[in-house]
Design a binder for this molecule. Sequence first.
Ligand code: 5CA
Ligand code: ZN
Length: 410
Amino acid sequence: MQSWPTPDLPMLPSGARPLRLYDTAADEIRPTAPDATARIYVCGITPYDATHLGHAATYLAFDLVQRLWLDAGHRVHYVQNVTDVDDPLLERAAATDTSWSELAERETELYRRDMTALRVLPPTDFVGVVESVDEIAEAVAKLLADDHAYRLETDIYARTSSSGHFGYESRYSREQMLALFAERGGDPDRAGKQDPLDALLWRGRRDGEPSWDTVAGAGRPGWHIECSVIARNRLGMGIDVQGGGSDLRFPHHEHSAAHAEALTGEFPFARHYVHAGMIGLDGEKMSKSRGNLVFVSKLRGAGVDPMAIRLALLDGHYRADREWTGGRLPAPERRLATWRKASAAPAGPDGAALLARVRERLADDLDTSAAIAAVDRWARATLEQQSDGADPAAPALMAATVDALLGIKL
Ligand code: 5CA
Ligand code: ZN
């Protein structure tokens, strides 16, 4: 699929630090250690509704990962999928009397516009499921041929135990897994399954549902195998980061990893599993199924500066579950105005020291709040002209720092 345009990215003086990120599988903050080209896969949207602030927060977190790797001199191969055929999309299309493919196209286009406005760096490969059906079917057929999968009526299920490592990613107990599997799209109670946790790889053709004739038979892909195959066929195994929101920790990322590992016989699928916290509204996770959503496009339509939305979402730790409240925007709008004013000053305190501080805080598991606080202190000192020996190059370096590393264009 077509991705979206790349925003300008100013070059900064050398001095970047290696990025450390919390890895769910290891339960600790560990350095990422990419080769010349860093490889990252982030789970994309299911396009049946507009981009809400929860999605935006998650993609902003991974946007910073990309920015920090680029600053450290790596190239980045970033793959993101679009789940453009799946049950929730088909249900919404039926309920609103629209064609599922038109709905997906429309919402994907709105997502591209929201990401562009928020200055999110685009993925290198932006890949829909519909355009990947054949490669996914080939993987399903191979899993079946290798006895890592079995047929149940016209459907195909993966054997959970096949990879030999199932459970390492989420670290949940079997009881927790069974509960989450039922809650998040799994079918633990279906009769005939060999293990209740076995995941659907292929859904055989049903009347009234989209279906493709493939080497795995007629039907459409299951959810987890979609991400395993799209990621593995473009990035290989042992990718640097598999990312998404914390709602994907189980079953989605556990099963995607297990499918890819069973398919290739290689371990692990990813070296870091990174999860962003959930953005909530009124005490509940913001989600399309709950309907408690604040849309990026609505805020933009109401004239809110996308850079203020970006600042609002970055002012908090990406891993923390956070509440959005209606009154959230005035503070980032004021902050943005202050930063803009300070960046236009004739001189300011040591710009290199500010850059070093922002780099240091972001490299430590994306401590955006501390990075923002450092810029606040610099801006205050500049506007109050408190500094001795002010640096005339500092305002431009400050603007380049917040642009390149935080994605905030002043
Ligand atoms: N298409 C699948 C992933 S393969 C999916 O989960 N789509 S989604 O549209 O439901 O979510 C898109 C991304 O936003 C996922 O990474 C998901 O984890 C994240 N996300 C969903 N809701 C929230 C929320 N309330 N807060 C933060 N992130 C969220
Ligand atoms: Zn996914």
